[in-house]
Ligand binder design. Structure first.
Ligand SMILES: *Cc1c(COP(=O)(O)O)cnc(C)c1O
Length: 847
């Protein structure tokens, strides 16, 4: 890909330091600690002023400083070191090269409405964006042929200010694109602009590119001259505006995104939709296929063959839904060009409700691979999509999971990296589990020194943040001065930072405020709490929570012990996850699809204390952290009460005593053991390197193979699968189970190889015009193991053809099973060309 190198930095950087230009336009600097240090060492004050944005810093910098640096031997040494690391990074043979040499010429396109790479590029709001950023970084590390597609928001996400009443103010800042670490994408020397149709007009999107290590992410921007003022504002803000803004943005991301790729002659083999926001990519791909003459049903099969949909939302209410009237206005012009009727197109986004169009259904219907983002969320998603799959038993709903992770090199403190480098071989950076074991070899004192340093840095940042708040809010000198004594570097420090969404229950700790006062006011065992987070400007209950926490911070008993920092972003997140002793998370289960901030804390020796939701449900053991528990079948109110009690109990009886288990405040051996165990157990698993490998092996490479098969001979297989499905949809009703025998008498029982007593069952199925080989006949029952009921499927063998489409099948099942009560027999369609066994919602069951 060609990016415009003719930036404002040309001619400004001395020849001796020319690589600074490339480095400042590549997000690699944000996770290579030496590269970050290089920029900081040019001038730390300018670095802070520029918001850690190297492009802005260099552009606004006095030339003299740069020329001095070009003569500074100390600086040049670091510069050469970074140059070498950058070269090595680009050259190394990657995991993907080694394992999938046959696929290195392919491409994976990854679509997301937000990307969180670094604080210098504010096009993210929270977890979803940071995940997309971390995914992209690991895709680069692992050498995936990967390209991201997103939107460029000129006002980004809002900056948060908290006033003296605890009210949140959302400040919008207009970014100058020419000072962001992004560049224009060029085609034939010209900037790339792609058109999209909006109601009654055409809008144009300019394509920018951000380099992330070895890979690129395209960012689309509507703020260009041919567009009306109105249209130019459509991409102004992430998650801003109303339904119209939302549908316009999603249309731009989906339709515009595909067009941008095509303009660059990129025809990916795999399309990954990170959440339903980008599902309109399917509309544009269907249009392309219709234009190439493929019938609509075959087009749907073709795009399903290589599309992956990752859902992040555990509740239906969280999904994007547009009224049909809005769809008609925005997609009316497109209806005629997909080779089918309006109703068929709308049906892609509908289930029973015909008045709305649901982006999640569009994503599900046009993807062959679906997944949630943790083991528990996979299960919750299967429940949520059960009706989508025609009431299939929950455990069979074809929604898989890949547990989220975090990018190691982004989230681990440089000080901790150095410590690991000292005691471990470099392979810890590849998340090798073996190597992490050796963290046990690090002397406790050294480990604790790093932990202390990180906590001190966090406290310094917190005080600075609070002083800024106070000064702006007109506090008196004494009040401002007092902040310098806020937070004790030796106290047990608990962090709680995330979006202020109500389900995350930031106020849970304060349900019994007197108890909390007692806990925090023990002079021998001090405990303190740091809160941070934004609430969406339209989320009033979320903002009310901010006010509640703020009021608590103002109570005399909590002054300096409970603080609320403003403007949580990736920079602050780094300080928090690196500096706290305990990372607290207490969402209403199972609302947290995964959560990732706790994984960042674990990387740095912080210990998790959380509700068993999202990733913590699978990551937790009593050796590596603490759980807030309750009875999950209780009603929400009762459950919350139990969780509050659990929270206090664990805090009082376990966490605080463990931290202060020695009289000497500088000795925390037992605590350190737990922190190290948590690092050893969690870090090699809950990182994006493991996650992107999972995506590659579960979805990307199978999708590449499917795409290839479906595409051959002008999509012959896509046509065949579509015809096959259409035929079965019409004729399946003829399939009937005519009779079923099982031999219940004891005398009929036999003993199988594993010593189980089994009996034979026989089934006669009438098929009509359906070919029996296009089906499987199976017995289904549940077996209990360790208190978990898991399904067992026993395929029945074809034993006799009775003629006239009537066939007999037989098999063996445990003797105690009674038909209807314990087991059933079912017939379902089967095809080696299906992505999963339940592509068709057709099934005939004996029950
Ligand atoms: C990691 C991160 C998140 C995600 O946190 P959760 O655990 O999902 O709540 C949100 N915002 C920022 C700035 C982050 O760095």
């Amino acid at each position: 890909m060609k990016l415009n190198h003719n930036s404002g930095l040309m001619g400004k950087i001395p020849k001796e330091l020319e690589l600074l230009v490339e480095l400042s336009y590549n997000m690699w600097f944000s996770w290579n600690e030496n590269a970050t240090r290089l920029f900081r060492e040019i001038d730390s004050q300018s670095w802070e002023q520029a918001g850690h944005n190297p492009v802005k810093m260099l552009m606004e910098m006095n030339d003299r400083i740069l020329y001095e640096k070009a003569q500074d031997e100390q600086f040049l040494k670091l510069y050469r070191k970074v140059s070498k690391e950058w070269e090595d990074y680009q050259r190394q043979i990657t995991w993907f090269d080694r394992n999938f040499p046959e696929h290195t010429d392919k491409q994976i396109a990854y679509f997301s409405a937000e990307f969180g790479f670094h604080e210098s590029l504010p096009i993210y709001s929270g977890g979803l964006g940071v995940l997309a950023g971390d995914h992209t970084k690991s895709a680069s590390d692992l050498g995936l042929p990967f390209i991201g597609v997103g939107l460029l928001y000129k006002k980004g996400y809002f900056q948060q200010k908290i006033d003296s009443q605890g009210r949140q103010h959302a400040d919008l800042h207009q970014y100058e694109f020419n000072k962001l670490p992004i560049r224009e994408v060029l085609v034939g020397g010209e900037e790339l602009i792609v058109p999209v149709e909006l109601p009654g007009r055409q809008a144009h999107l300019k394509v920018w590119g951000v380099a992330v290590g070895r890979v690129h992410v395209l960012l689309l921007d509507a703020d260009i001259a041919p567009n009306s003022e109105w249209d130019r504002d459509l991409t102004a803000q992430l998650y801003g505006g109303n339904q119209e803004t939302r549908i316009s943005q999603e249309l731009m991301l989906g339709i515009g995104g595909i067009r941008a790729l095509r303009a660059l002659n990129i025809h990916p083999q795999v399309y990954h939709m990170n959440e339903g926001h980008s599902a309109f990519i399917s509309m544009e791909r269907l249009r392309e296929m219709a234009a190439a003459g493929l019938p609509f049903p075959a087009s749907v099969e073709a795009i399903r063959s290589n599309t992956i949909f990752t859902t992040h939302t555990p509740v239906p209410a969280g999904h994007d839904v547009f009224p049909i009237e809005l769809m008609d206005r925005y997609f009316g012009v497109m209806y005629g060009s997909l080779g089918t009727s309006r109703d068929d197109i709308l049906a892609l986004g509908q289930l029973s409700d015909k008045t709305n169009f649901n982006m999640t259904f569009l994503a599900m219907n046009t993807s062959g691979f679906h997944n949630g983002v943790s083991k528990l969320h996979g299960k919750i998603s299967r429940q949520m999509f059960q009706s989508f799959f025609g009431g299939l038993p929950v455990h069979e709903v074809p929604v898989d999971y890949v547990t989220n992770g975090v990018h190691l090199e982004t989230w681990m403190a440089p000080e901790m990296k150095l410590l690991l480098d000292e005691y471990l071989t470099k392979s810890w950076r590849n998340a090798s589990a073996q190597e992490w074991q050796n963290i046990g070899l690090i002397p406790n004192e050294k480990f604790w020194n790093v932990r202390k340093l990180l906590k001190e840095k966090l406290i310094a940042l917190a005080r600075k943040n609070l002083i800024e708040q106070k000064l702006r809010n007109g506090a008196g000198d004494a009040a401002v001065e007092a902040v310098n004594n806020y937070l004790d570097p030796r106290a047990l420090t608990i962090g709680f930072a995330r979006r202020f969404a109500t389900y995350k229950r930031a106020n849970l700790l304060f349900q019994d405020i007197d108890r909390m006062k007692r806990i925090l006011s023990d002079p021998k065992r001090p405990v303190q709490l740091i809160f941070a987070g934004k609430a969406h400007p339209a989320d009033y209950p979320g903002q009310e929570l901010i006010r509640e926490i703020y009021r608590i911070t103002q109570m005399p008993e909590f002054a300096g012990k409970v603080v609320l920092l403003e403007n949580y972003d990736m920079n602050m997140a780094r300080y928090l996850v690196q500096g706290v002793d305990v990372w607290l998370n207490n969402p209403r289960r199972p609302m947290e699809a995964s959560g990732t901030s706790g994984q960042k804390a674990a990387l740095n020796g912080g210990i998790n204390f959380s509700v068993l939701d999202g990733w913590w449900e699978e990551g937790y053991t009593d050796r590596n952290g603490w759980a807030i528990t309750s009875q999950y079948d209780a009603d929400w109110k009762a459950q919350e009460k139990q969780e509050v009690e659990s929270l206090y109990k664990v805090l009082e009886n376990e966490i605080i005593p463990l931290y202060y288990s020695s009289d000497n405040r500088d000795l925390h051996d037992r605590w350190i053991t737990k922190a190290k165990t948590s690092m050893i157990m969690l870090s090699p698993v809950y990182n994006t390197s493991r996650m992107v490998m999972d995506y590659t092996m579960k979805f990307y490479t199978p999708a590449m193979a499917r795409a290839e098969r479906f595409k051959q001979n002008r999509y012959e297989l896509a046509v065949r699968v579509a015809d096959f499905k259409a035929f079965l949809r019409i004729h399946w009703h003829q399939v009937k189970i005519m009779s079923l025998w099982d031999w219940t008498g004891e005398s009929a029982a036999e003993i199988n190889d594993s010593g189980e007593r089994i009996k034979q069952i026989k089934v006669i199925v009438k098929y009509g015009t359906v070919w029996y080989k296009d089906s499987v006949v199976e017995a289904l029952y549940f077996s209990e193991q360790d208190g978990d009921w898991s399904p067992v499927k026993v395929p029945l063998r074809h034993v006799y053809d009775h003629g006239e489409g009537i066939h007999e099948f037989a098999g063996w099942i445990p003797v105690h099973l009674k038909h209807q009560d314990h087991y059933s027999v079912r017939v379902r369609p089967v095809s080696g060309d299906f992505a999963h066994p339940f592509e068709l919602p057709l099934m005939t069951s004996s029950r």
